[in-house]
Design a binder for this molecule. Sequence first.
Ligand SMILES: Cc1ncc(C[n+]2csc(CCOP(=O)(O)OP(=O)(O)O)c2C)c(N)n1
Length: 361
Amino acid sequence: MFKEYDPLKNKLFSVMDKDGTITNEKWMPEISDEQSLQAYKDMMFARKADLMTVSYQRQGRIYTYPPNYGQEAIAGGIAQVLRDDDWVVPAYRELGVWLAKGATLKEVFLYFMGYEDGSKFENAKHLLPVSVPIASQLLHATGIGYEIKYHKKDEVVYTFVGDGGTSEGDFHEALNFASVWKVPVVFIIQNNQYAISFNVKNQTSSQNLAVKSVAYGLKSIQVDGNDFFAMTKVAQEASKLAREKQEPVLVEALTYRKGAHTTSDDPSKYRTKEEEQEWEEKDPMKRMKGYLQAKDLWDDKQEEELDGQYKKEVERQFEEAENYGEYPLEDVFQYHYAEMPDVLKKQMYAHQKYLKWKEGQ
Ligand SMILES: Cc1ncc(C[n+]2csc(CCOP(=O)(O)OP(=O)(O)O)c2C)c(N)n1
């Protein structure tokens, strides 16, 4: 597959068309109807949670949030191969992967409400916290991959970055060392066409982003990230290479951020309605639903019912997060070290003094 879809040929890997018809039977992943249906339901939950989170933010009940709307199939495909011991090293736009790893929505809400506890995933083994400094997490992923190889563990690392992140030095250092050391890391670029307002066409002169792997000597592929089956097939093949051969892989998943960059952004300032409409037709949920409906596995009534259940579940977890209690200032300072270093203690005392002063104003 990696040969046939060599990124130097600039050939996009896809399996299903925009109506949900399988057009590339040869590369259909091994997946049962039950698994496909469950994956669709999980993607539905992630989308529902995502849209509701944006509306909570608009009501002033959450600080900020980076929407995943339109990018669900990337997480959906990776979730098919994730094992309990595998690692996820995220950026900040992979809600479906965090949930698949066992993070709760309540924890996600807490994080975006400013609680440090939102990064302490109780049941999500080997899930690192959100990383906002673009591409810095990729180096951590390579480092974890090195440790896995050193101790001969049966684990794979999945790490995520945006199209903009591929211009960071960290991206190139991480790929280079992953390839030199031959470590089991799957790098996933979510190419959603924009780094905030900056279109990917202005980001690089390369023919695509996957091709950036060539100089570093690792396999890569450009895949339709709005095609759940193509994503699943790529996830299966990439994880096999990583797990069995200790080969790192670069995956460029083409998608579109239907929402804003974050809740403080207004995409109407930098993209056209025509472009949005063009991508609307390639929406990952619509395609997957088309596939399931054609096989008589799903209908609108079932969707409506499940949507109502999911709404209630999101509300329940949001309520728990909202009633979490007061936010202890010490948490911010205590979070990173077993014992707080003096320099941090000083900062904490200074901040406590400031808060006292503010109270007295
Ligand atoms: C090192 C660094 N530089 C700048 C920023 C500010 N910043 C936040 S998001 C962003 C754009 C990232 O775009 P992309 O990598 O395409 O990911 P996306 O947000 O589209 O998922 C920038 C420049 C940052 N967070 N970190």
